[in-house]
Ligand binder design. Structure first.
Ligand SMILES: Cc1cc2nc3c(=O)[nH]c(=O)nc-3n(C[C@H](O)[C@H](O)[C@H](O)COP(=O)(O)OP(=O)(O)OC[C@H]3O[C@@H](n4cnc5c(N)ncnc54)[C@H](O)[C@@H]3O)c2cc1C
Length: 318
């Protein structure tokens, strides 16, 4: 059976959901997966992979586990040593940093942000959106090891299995990057690319203050992040890290709200694969309604308070 090396990010000793999804992509395609984790708490996180359907985990520590430069070399060596069918990582900023370096080490190619992964003939085939989501390309690789990043919230984490056998390796070579210091962001917010619910707002919200109503709705959901159209980011209401679209982040949450967003093709490119799309727009002919599963025609400033109250009530009922 083909084996994939899958990088599983961990935070404070727990595997991140995005990494479990990448493992799920491999096992759902009929491959086995070896999880690779790095950092001080990697062993704690590996111990929590019992339900992830993974038999083996490798924990990397040492100076080389701290920078993408050296870590990529270490992981590429594992792929080669195990003659693995390939490497997968979630398309988080860390995964997007590691994967192309690993592809280069393996003289392979990178399929980024894939939305489909399955066995095909002797190898594997990926699907990924092309042309700002207008087409879905099915691709395969003639390289000996396939390298891909998985789009967040698309693949299902698999259940079952017992705790993996854990092997520890030390990466002594720190590579060319020196970490001078790390400073945690002031407020740990859910990243728009990872949140299961995303509430995005556009120019239709008129000003920064009205836009702030989206924070209230996100708080009511609890597990939601606020996103923005480019018009909003250009206006300086929100940071670029929250922009959804062709020149922002690609999101694929279970539930996506587009509030006061017209639905320009560049915005759709970043959210079209979301599970359920709800659009709120005062113009019944706005293009966003063509991709929406549910639409509310009306003034967002009037609808948002009622919606926030309704969500809060439902959440309070448990
Ligand atoms: C190369 C390139 C890359 C780009 N990348 C991105 C990108 O990554 N992400 C992105 O979003 N855009 C991107 N754009 C910009 C994109 O083309 C649009 O200009 C942008 O998405 C429009 O933002 P908007 O929908 O917020 O604003 P608008 O297009 O102005 O739409 C506002 C909407 O709000 C509605 N509205 C108004 N008042 C209300 C109200 N009171 N209640 C409810 N609805 C109301 C209106 O009917 C309208 O539909 C890119 C453009 C280019 C050329």
């Amino acid at each position: 059976m083909s084996n994939f090396i899958v990088y599983v990010e961990q935070q404070d000793g727990s595997p991140r959901q995005a990494g479990l999804e990448a493992l799920g992509a491999a096992t759902a395609a009929g491959a086995t997966a070896t999880a690779v984790l790095s950092g001080a708490d990697a062993q704690d996180a590996a111990g929590k992979l019992a339900q992830a359907g993974v038999a083996n985990a490798i924990c990397l520590d040492g100076p080389g586990s701290e920078t993408s430069d050296a870590l990529a070399k270490g992981i590429a060596d594992i792929v080669s040593a195990q003659s693995a069918a390939g490497f997968l990582a979630a398309a988080t900023s860390t995964g997007r940093d590691l994967a192309p370096r690993i592809a280069a080490h393996l003289d392979s190619v990178l399929f980024s942000d894939i939305t489909g992964f399955e066995a095909a003939g002797d190898g594997f085939q990926v699907n990924r959106p092309w042309l700002a989501g207008k087409a879905i390309a099915s691709l395969t690789s003639s390289a000996s090891a396939m390298v891909a990043t998985t789009r967040l919230n698309v693949f299902l984490a698999q259940g079952g299995g017992s705790a993996p056998a854990v092997e520890n390796q030390t990466l002594a070579d720190a590579g060319k990057i020196r970490v001078i210091g790390l400073e945690a962001a002031a407020k740990a917010k859910l990243d728009v690319a990872e949140a299961p619910v995303v509430i995005s707002g556009g120019r239709g919200l008129k000003d920064e203050e009205t836009f702030g109503m989206l924070d209230g709705l996100a708080d009511a959901f609890g597990d939601a992040a606020v996103g923005a159209s480019r018009a909003v980011v250009d206006a300086g209401w929100r940071p670029h890290s929250e922009q959804v679209g062709q020149t922002g982040k690609t999101v694929s949450p279970k539930l996506y709200f587009a509030v006061g967003i017209s639905g320009a093709i560049q915005h759709l490119a970043g959210m079209k694969t979301s599970g359920t799309i709800v659009a709120i727009n005062k113009d019944a002919d706005a293009p966003i309604f063509k991709v929406a599963d549910y639409g509310i025609v009306g003034d967002a400033a009037e609808i948002l308070p009622a919606l926030t109250e309704a969500v809060s009530k439902i959440k309070a009922q448990g």
